[in-house]
Design a protein around this ligand. Structure first.
Ligand code: NAI
Length: 331
């Protein structure tokens, strides 16, 4: 058997954490032959609840699980991790604005960035906690030992939502939708790019000819799906977010097959689309052997698409401005 892969997870007693842990430990992330270790971080008051989750993990007797650390000390949880998934933070509640969330969650990521820098400089890091793009930027800015290409913020849930909507409209399975890009921020300004997507290998716009549905229903349905789930469920997306986090880590970890790509926010510096540097911006990305995630170049963006991708970059610049006092030296 190969060496275990260590995944560190923050917010491990929360709803997304609970929906992720058992799948990681059972082989649902890296496959049935890959042993794993877990490093779980929670705030002190949640350690009791986390202990209950640990008891359940034990009771599952997962053969692949080769060790678990559960702690309120970030460096201990992150030590020597291969992947750190930052989920811990306040979820958005009904009526809570994005600005409220940015100021509430931002400070968590200064400390966690420093802890990753000290304890897990070889890790790759996925930020799920919202506002995930900007939280990722904050953490990255405090981790000079961890190169920019090792940082990711999650837009995979948006990608999955977009694929599901297109598949439903076209009457095909979700597996028939490929090349689905989410551009920009994990927020209402994101641009789910149906114009470069394929359905059963054909341009999505050839298969779905209802243009007004694509621009007036599809885009807002995807972009506002998180709010719709909160309204219906009384709580933010959890199982689907956990599933997307696993999809995202797997897609970044394993070379991309065929001519498909996936969406994830990466450092925007030097990108081929003229998006300003110094942001964590979601692009179409291909994972290449040797752990590199490369932005797919040369996609056509018409005027409408261009104004949407620029608007989302503008929002990310505003978010960066709102947290500039929290940014560290590594940007
Ligand atoms: P939750 O409230 O159920 O769990 C969050 C957990 O984080 C709690 O157990 C809390 O004790 C813990 N926590 C808080 N501060 C912490 C810290 N400093 N260190 C470690 N743990 C800490 O929330 P849920 O539903 O699990 O959501 C977690 C985050 O994920 C939220 O910020 C939410 O907005 C975000 N999210 C992101 C999505 C995306 O697509 N990027 C989708 C859905 C949720």
């Amino acid at each position: 058997m190969s060496q275990p892969i260590k995944v560190a997870l923050t917010g491990a007693a929360g709803q997304i954490g609970y929906a992720m842990l058992f799948r990681i430990a059972s082989g649902g992330l890296f496959g049935p032959d890959q042993p794993v270790k877990l490093g779980l971080l929670e705030i002190t008051p949640a350690l009791g609840a986390l202990n209950g989750t640990l008891m359940e993990l034990e009771d599952c007797a997962f053969p692949l699980l080769q060790g678990v650390t559960a702690t309120d000390n970030a460096e201990e949880a992150f030590a020597d991790a291969d992947w750190v998934v930052l989920v811990g933070g306040l979820p958005r509640k009904e009526g809570m604005s994005r600005a409220d969330l940015i100021r509430a969650n931002g400070p968590i990521f200064t400390g966690q960035g420093k802890a990753i820098n000290a304890a897990a400089p070889k890790a790759r890091v996925l930020v799920v906690a919202n506002p995930c793009n900007t939280n990722c930027l904050i953490a990255r800015s405090h981790a000079p030992n961890v190169p920019a290409e090792r940082w990711f913020a999650m837009t995979r849930l948006d990608e999955n939502r977009a694929k599901a909507q297109l598949a439903q409209k076209a009457g095909v399975g979700v597996g028939d939708v490929s090349r689905m890009t989410i551009w920009g921020n994990h927020s209402d300004t994101q641009y789910p790019d149906y114009k470069n997507a394929l359905i059963s290998g054909r341009p999505a716009t050839d298969v779905i000819t209802d243009r007004s549905w694509l621009s007036e229903t599809f885009i807002p349905t995807v972009a506002k799906r998180g709010g719709a789930v909160i309204k219906a469920r009384g709580a933010s997306s959890a199982a689907s977010a956990a599933n997307a986090a696993l999809d995202c880590v797997r897609s970044c970890h394993v070379p991309t097959r065929g001519d498909d790509w996936h969406s994830v926010a990466v450092a925007s510096d030097g990108n081929p689309y003229g998006i300003p540097g110094g942001l964590m911006y979601s692009f179409p990305v291909r994972s290449i052997e040797g752990e590199v995630c490369a932005i797919v170049p040369d996609l056509h963006l018409d005027d409408d698409a261009r104004s949407r991708v620029d608007a989302s970059a503008g929002e990310l610049e505003q978010e960066r401005e709102a947290v500039k006092d929290l940014l560290g030296p590594a940007l």
